[in-house]
Design a protein around this ligand. Structure first.
Ligand SMILES: Cc1cc2nc3c(=O)[nH]c(=O)nc-3n(C[C@H](O)[C@H](O)[C@H](O)COP(=O)(O)O)c2cc1C
Length: 361
């Protein structure tokens, strides 16, 4: 096969239902969720964001045990120089110290120590990419960056379709230029991290439907799925009508029995006490949409653009709060459509995929 042979690479239009189960690294995505989405005719995605090459291979093996349906693997592209530049611009080590000092009362209340000098060394995705070239999975998607053309070609040569997660028209164009097979176009409503390609930038606030329209106008031939706030058949219909080939679902799958979402997070998503979600840097240093709990309300304004430093700094605190059942501290990732998604709480993933897709058509 040559890199230009696109027939065998999996596109959203090849799926029985063009519904991607979002990769949700850090627990929510499980092999069971991926298998359920795949067997409903969609495409489930492993979130390898916090895994190395070996752990990613183990996840792939586990999914292959569970299902013959195609699936994908999502990779975070972290760039050390970009992280360092963002931290510098945000005030460097002094800004980190200041933020850590502001978090001390929370740490004390939870009985843990914050890392005083949060360093992050695991910027190397080469091991994961090498593992993926060997595993030859149907789809590899990238988040937080655009892979170089050589990486795209190596993956395509083993038959993988290469997908880039983009949050702007410009990044959509750049991704097509390096040879991406299709895109995941992420609007402002999206739950979890926003896939900007640099740490320091402010993500645009363009809604999913408006961004889909703009990307479709710019790239008339490219297949892409729409992500962000898609929780009902009407949301799916609006995304398709605006020009998307398919959709990507995150938040609406968080409360399925197959998901690995913590009990605390599930309960918060159904708790009337939470009335707002917002993108915030306060947990990881990068914008990610969460329900607004006490921690977000108090620390959002002061958080520096220091990713993944804040991710390391707040890690022990997030874990301790989760153990203590304290929903006022940990991130409660949620897309802006989390309330509407509540109508599907506790329903099996396959039913949600079928209902949202078939109901939209
Ligand atoms: C809990 C959670 C974790 C996520 N983790 C990832 C991830 O590891 N990689 C990624 O590309 N996107 C991740 N996302 C973003 C999704 O891929 C998708 O863009 C988003 O969920 C769509 O918006 P919605 O949540 O409103 O459906 C995550 C989203 C959530 C809610």
């Amino acid at each position: 096969m040559t890199a230009s042979d696109t027939r065998v690479r999996l596109l959203p239009s090849h799926l029985r239902r063009a519904v991607i189960g979002a990769p949700m690294a850090g627990g929510p995505t499980t092999g069971e969720l991926i298998a359920a989405v795949g067997e409903a005719g969609g495409l489930g995605m492993i979130g390898s964001g916090y895994l190395d090459g070996e752990a990613t291979r183990a996840e792939i093996a586990a999914v292959r045990e569970l299902t013959d349906a195609p699936f994908g693997v999502n990779v975070f592209l972290l760039d050390e120089a970009d992280s360092a530049a963002a931290l510098d611009a945000a005030g460097g080590a002094a800004a980190l110290e200041e933020y850590a000092a502001a978090l001390e009362p929370v740490a004390r209340r939870l009985g843990i120590d914050l890392a005083r000098d949060p360093q992050f060394t695991d910027f190397d995705q080469d091991g994961t990419i090498a593992a993926l070239v060997e595993e030859a999975v149907p789809v590899v998607s990238f988040t937080f960056g655009i892979p170089d053309a050589d990486t795209v070609r190596r993956l395509q040569e083993v038959g993988s379709a290469v997908v880039v997660t983009v949050a702007s028209v410009e990044d959509a164009r750049r991704s097509v230029e390096v040879g991406a097979d299709w895109l995941s176009v992420q609007g402002a409503e999206a739950g979890g991290h926003r896939s900007t390609t640099t740490v320091g930038e402010e993500p645009n606030l363009t809604s999913t439907v408006d961004l889909v329209r703009a990307v479709r106008a710019a790239l008339t031939e490219t297949e892409f799925v729409a992500a962000g706030g898609i929780s009902t058949p009407a949301d799916v219909a609006a995304a398709l009508e605006a020009g998307a080939t398919g959709v990507q679902l995150g938040t609406v799958l968080l409360r399925t029995p197959e998901a690995g979402t913590t009990a605390l997070h599930r309960a918060a998503l159904g708790d009337e006490r939470f009335t707002e979600s917002r993108p915030t840097r306060c947990y990881t240093g990068r914008y990610a949409r969460s329900l607004v709990n006490g921690f977000v309300a108090e620390h959002h304004d002061a958080a520096p653009a220091a990713y993944p430093h804040l991710h390391v700094l707040t890690g022990p605190m997030r874990k301790a709060a989760a153990r203590a059942g304290d929903a006022d501290v940990p991130p409660l990732w949620a897309g802006a459509g989390w309330r509407a998604a509540g109508a599907y709480a506790d329903r099996p993933a396959a039913e949600i995929v079928a209902e949202l897709w078939d109901g939209a058509r």
